[in-house]
Design a protein around this ligand. Sequence first.
Ligand SMILES: [Zn+2]
Length: 455
Amino acid sequence: MAQISADEIRSRVEADWNRIVDVLNRKIALASVSAKGITGEHMKRSAEFVAEQMREVGVDAKVVQSANPDGTPGAWEVIGSRVVDPDAPTVLLYAHHDVQPVPDPAAWDTDPFVGTEVDGRLYGRGSADDGGGIAIHSGALKALGDDLKVNVKIFIEGEEEMGSPSFIPFIEAHRDEFASDVIIVADSGNWSADIPSLTTSLRGNTCVDVTVRALKHPVHSGQYGGPILDSNTLAAMLIASLYDDNGDLAVPGIAAEEPIGGLQRDLDEATVREDAGIVDSYTLAGSGSLASRLWTKPSLTVIGFDAHPVDGSFNVIAPETRFRLSLRTAPNQRPEQAQDALAKFLENNPPFGAQVEVTRLENGMGWAMDPNAVATRDALEAMEEAFGVAPINKGEGGSIPFIPELQRLFPSAQVLVTGPEDPKANAHSPNESISLSGLKNNVVTEALLLAKLGA
Ligand SMILES: [Zn+2]
């Protein structure tokens, strides 16, 4: 049977458009801030609303409460399925129904919990992250209707913005209900409202605490200063030794990768400088494309440093300094391997033979998509047909911890990371918004992708 055409899908999405925007507006009004209590009634109401919307588009959806690893009650989750043919491929659709808090409503130009349309964008907390993901799944399933040729499972999570504490036990308890061939995670975004993207990779993360010690006790800087360097200076020397002259990290055993699937377009330096607020005189560190430096090469940050405060300081040589290093790791490197390489380098290169002690902290795995998988190619084709322009792959420098976890729990599934955001979305910030034309194209994309996966 012929696959449903892109034009047919688009006209169905147009006909359904008011409903899709209405779902998003009602979702925003529910103010499902998980930081106000994952187990709260407001979160249960939000989950029930989402389950109702999913039933409306043919998914047998229900609300269940997860349990935290310590056994206490967890988040209100929405799960369900629509089975069309036991022999057809199965696709798991993921989004989350909780939203970020609004610490300062006065920082918004509109009421954060009233969806408000301004110049083609819908403003409101959760309009993009991740109400947009829910709207995409709802619109795509509605557009396909009885033309759906894949089995669909859904998982709409209720605690993503809180770091998903019960995610692993929940998935493990519902493994059969989530087992699938393709997992579409609609919680990321596009290059711009007009240019679609798959998110190709996420960096991993590891941390170590380091203590540098040269003295058994503090001594006077006038009496002993000279041959004895203070521990802050020794710590600074140790940190500086991790870099080469270009500002690239130069620790043997810490991997660097190039953008997954190849670099299609580099990031614009002026935009990055503007967005990050970089002072004019600063030249960017590292070598290679800016995209590789931000997405797939390792980066190290001193995120904590114990030293005497400037106010009240006096003439003493500090005996001991402690600092915390956060290392973002290349997508495919095991973070414990990078951590090990970092720890060994620090321990083996003590400035002037100072004592260096390294405490190894937690690790989080990165993730890389398979650029050659059929599902990946189907997704890229669907994007081009829906948006009318070629997609541009993009990586993420940060982590979305549940994605590598999903991949670990379902190693044979193809994970596709899509989503409603674009660089103007301000997810997690005041004036969050979603591009309505981008949302419409995202809905058409996902419907086309599901059609292709079923062909
Ligand atoms: Zn999100």
